[in-house]
Write a protein of this length. Structure first.
Length: 431
């Protein structure tokens, strides 16, 4: 597919924040008289009105199970096909390589159990210290079959993967390398394409968790050549659903745990039980929302995939300007420690997701206390470990509240960043 990538310069003015924010009803809320600033994107983004409408319209008009010989059932079948096509455009794969499920965690357990059917003592799986636990514990569960789970370490000073350590732990016994595209805790973007090559060179499968990367950067599973890639649509402006891309050959070859009447055809054989049809109806709407950002940025785009490419070029440029503003401001606040990449020369290796702590914190400066005080001022942030348990334990912050996480996405504004910095300066200075 020949897609003309927009240049960075062209992307500078292509996001109309007034138009974007007008599509999200939730952004108009207030807290204690303060405008609400949704800085909780890594835990789930807000949704545009078109997603709400798609869900409610499905329930209003076509609420039926699949495979029936009547109109609303056939409409549901067509809706599912449209959603698969939309996610295929989003990930750059075929529609029959898209598997839907309740969330990434449940889908990853299903995949790990199926892959584990063929594994036993002497086989190894490699996970990383940086990952969300949903890409760790489903593989750890295979220890009961005698599989050895190894863990790639990190460079603690900037929370990046130790690629030499990772490479040294891949060998002829490695059957799966499970890695995150980006850290949901500290924002690090991993060199996934290189890691996939290392896995394949050893004959191992590459399983990529792209949940956190989804709203921030273009995903191209064909270019990555990964075997599986998991994501969650509620992280990129859609409903609470999980999606897994699996190469067709693997979806056919592996044996899922399923009930007998379920078809053996892919991808349906991986989707046990009745799916959440109303939320899947919202998936097409969220992908089309992103594509429309690209069409407004570059009206010459003539396919949905090309529009998605254009959208992420604009999103990347805008989000990085916000991230630079936020990190620069945080660096000027005494006693704030940022975890992750802070060198501006390496900002291309991180998402606009910032984890921080107050050094020598008092009881009023724990991550929970900071998040609570920020909420009183209208700022929605997260505290804790965000299920990145391996990381918070390695950095020795788990027992003292983890991090305060600030997560920017493209509907956030420079004004919100500036107000947040002012609030943090005040909170940290008064305790």
């Amino acid at each position: 597919m020949n897609i003309n990538m927009p240049t960075t310069e062209a992307a500078e003015t292509t996001l109309d924040l007034t138009h974007i924010r007008s599509q999200f009803p939730s952004l108009s809320q207030t807290v204690n008289g303060h405008p609400a600033a949704f800085l909780d994107g890594p835990g789930g983004t807000q949704v545009p009105q078109r997603v709400i409408d798609a869900i409610s319209n499905y329930l209003r008009r076509n609420n039926a199970n699949t495979g029936g010989a009547y109109a609303t059932s056939r409409n549901t079948d067509a809706m599912l096909a449209e959603a698969r096509a939309a996610m295929a455009d989003f990930l750059n794969c075929a529609a029959d390589e898209i598997v839907f499920g309740p969330n990434m965690t449940t889908l990853t357990y299903a995949m790990s159990r199926a892959i584990g059917r063929d594994l036993g003592p002497g086989d190894e799986i490699l996970v990383t210290r940086l990952d969300h636990d949903a890409n760790v514990t489903p593989w750890l569960a295979l220890e009961e079959k005698g599989v050895t789970i190894r863990c790639a370490e990190i460079h603690e000073e900037n929370c990046t993967l130790d690629l030499a350590d990772l490479a040294s732990k891949i060998n002829e016994r490695t059957k799966v390398v499970a890695v995150g595209y980006a850290s949901n805790a500290v924002g690090t973007i991993n060199p996934v394409k290189a890691i996939v090559r290392l896995a394949h060179a050893a004959g191992a499968l590459a399983y990529v968790d792209a949940v956190h990367y989804g709203p921030h950067g273009l995903i191209d599973v064909a270019a990555l050549d990964c075997d599986f890639l998991a994501c969650s649509t509620y992280k990129f402006f859609g409903p609470h659903m999980g999606v897994v891309f699996g190469k067709r050959e693997h979806l056919k070859r592996l044996n899922p745990y399923k009930v007998r009447p379920l078809t053996d055809a892919i991808p349906n054989r991986w989707e046990g039980g009745t799916l959440n049809h109303e939320c899947i109806a919202g998936i097409t709407a969220c992908v089309d929302y992103i594509a429309d950002l690209g069409r407004r940025a570059h009206p010459s785009t003539n396919t949905r995939r090309a529009a998605i490419v254009a959208a992420f070029a604009a999103i990347h440029h805008y989000e990085h300007s916000l991230m630079e503003r936020l990190i620069s401001g945080l660096n000027k606040i005494p006693n704030i420690k940022i975890y992750g990449i802070t060198d501006p020369a390496r900002f291309a290796e991180r998402c606009p997701t910032i984890a921080l702590r107050v050094t020598n914190q008092t009881p009023g400066q724990t991550p929970l206390a900071l998040a609570t005080k920020l909420n009183d001022r209208g700022f929605f942030t997260w505290d804790g470990n965000y299920y990145a348990l391996n990381l918070t334990e390695r950095l020795d912050v788990e027992k003292t509240g983890g991090f305060l996480r600030i997560g920017l996405v493209h509907y956030n504004t420079a004004e919100e960043v500036d107000r947040l910095l002012a609030a943090l300066r005040e909170i940290v200075a008064t305790h």
